[in-house]
Design a protein around this ligand. Structure first.
Ligand code: F6R
Length: 263
């Protein structure tokens, strides 16, 4: 079970996904209407697949409530590149989540400020996010909070950096097609979730992971704000952990017999 602040290094993404899903399952068994915050992107996909597998095996997620982290401005839910589309395809449908329990940010709302305010109000009304899944960008962004975002920022419209546009262009016919703006939960909003679960895979994430865990807390490295939270789990593979000074210190072994992390 994931407890307090810990860093788990394991090269098997399936194992890491199972650790996270164990936590989600335990949470849902205790509180069937738990509030789960979901990230999009490639990294958390094994988590959603494992969650869907457990739903097939009988886990009931019909009462959980879901909040999204971010969305591109100008893409609606029918657009395959939208995060709403990703969440429906990878989470809502396979995990049999009640669509009425899902609140995502709309990138096509006429008034994005009003959309951001109503989204924040919806999180409050739900009693806050219980467990928030996060990924990190190469440049250290969390959700779409790019470097220099205030560590106290709230949900708002943001302009994406060249680096993020470039990283995301892999999903588009050409870089010109990548939206330049997004609406995103703020860092302050994210920090209010009760448990943050961050995943990062591959050497290309090593710089962000090192700065997030061992660097100074700074607006230039939005993920470093996680150092301010009292319940964070960071799950990384060897590549993403490769430049951590204290990697050995963080090393946990996974015991497949007891299905527990050994320390
Ligand atoms: C997505 C999101 C982003 C991603 C990050 C990593 O909702 O908030 O911050 O988590 O860009 O993306 P991947 O996992 O594709 O490397």
């Amino acid at each position: 079970m994931l407890e307090l602040v810990e860093i788990i290094i394991n090269d098997d993404h399936q194992v890491l996904a199972s650790i996270v899903v164990d936590s989600i399952e335990a949470m849902v068994r205790q509180k069937p209407d738990s509030v789960l915050g979901v990230a999009t992107g490639s990294t958390p996909i094994p988590i959603y697949q494992e969650l869907a597998r457990r739903v097939q095996a009988g886990l009931d997620l019909s009462r959980i409530r879901i909040f999204g982290l971010d969305e591109y401005v100008s893409l609606d839910e029918t657009n395959e590149q939208s995060y709403a589309y990703f969440i429906r395809e990878n989470i809502i449908e396979p995990c049999k989540i009640n669509p009425a329990n899902v609140r995502l940010l709309s990138g096509v709302a006429e008034d994005l400020r009003a959309e951001a305010a109503s989204f924040e109000a919806a999180i409050k009304a739900a009693g806050g996010v219980d467990l928030q899944i996060l990924g990190v960008g190469h440049n250290g962004h969390i959700a779409f909070n790019e470097p220099t975002s205030s560590l106290a920022s709230r949900t708002r419209r943001i302009t994406l950096t060249e680096k993020t546009i470039e990283a995301n262009s892999r999903f588009y016919p050409s870089i010109e097609d990548v939206p330049h703006q997004a609406i995103t939960q703020g860092i302050g909003t994210i920090l209010e979730a009760r448990h943050l679960v961050m995943l990062a895979y591959g050497e290309e994430k090593a710089y962000a992971v090192k700065e997030m865990i061992e660097g100074p807390v700074a607006a230039m490295m939005p993920a470093s704000a996680l150092q301010l939270h009292s319940h964070v789990s960071v799950l990384v593979d060897e590549g993403a952990a490769s430049t951590l000074q204290k990697a050995d210190y963080y090393k946990y072994e996974w015991d497949s017999k007891t299905e527990k992390v050994l320390d």
